[in-house]
Design a protein around this ligand. Structure first.
Ligand SMILES: Nc1ncnc2c1ncn2[C@@H]1O[C@H](COP(=O)(O)OP(=O)(O)OP(=O)(O)O)[C@@H](O)[C@H]1O
Length: 122
């Protein structure tokens, strides 16, 4: 196998691993299921109210980023539990920080949603 072929085979394998990770998140993680449900609901509402192109881009980005952050938070939790399954204040801090990062973006998502939908409702 040439170097070029092995590069493309390796990239393909990476995509397959990433796809498997995304599928596992969707299948096993309640927080991801909730975010995906909210994302689908907001997309349907977007069609109902008729979002502009810019609003669609902002809403889709916001939904995607929050789901991706939830996924990273889950990965950090898994790593923390694997490295140190017993109670430890540092593990608590690491998990709280990761959850805090998701929380910050959840607030941003609420603000973005408010800016898009508030003028359409009131
Ligand atoms: N091993 C630990 N040592 C110390 N504190 C912990 C430990 N595990 C969890 N905690 C504390 O409990 C909180 C919740 O942790 P947990 O792993 O249950 O995540 P979670 O927020 O319930 O996430 P999810 O619902 O996605 O599983 C953490 O943010 C942390 O404050």
């Amino acid at each position: 196998m040439t170097k070029k072929e092995s590069f493309f085979v390796n990239r393909l394998k990476s995509v397959a691993f990433a796809f498997n990770g995304a599928w596992l998140l969707l299948k096993t993680e309640p927080s991801i299921k909730i975010q995906v449900f909210i994302g689908i609901t907001m997309t349907l509402i977007g069609f109902l109210v008729g979002l502009s192109t810019t609003e669609w881009i902002l809403q889709t980005l916001t939904i995607g980023i929050i789901i991706a952050l939830e996924g990273l938070n889950t990965a950090i939790e898994e790593m923390a539990d694997f490295i140190h399954p017993e109670y430890h204040p540092k593990i608590g801090l690491i998990k709280d920080l990761a959850a805090g990062a998701v929380f910050i973006f959840a607030l941003v998502a609420l603000i973005v949603g408010g800016i898009i939908y508030f003028p359409k409702i009131f």
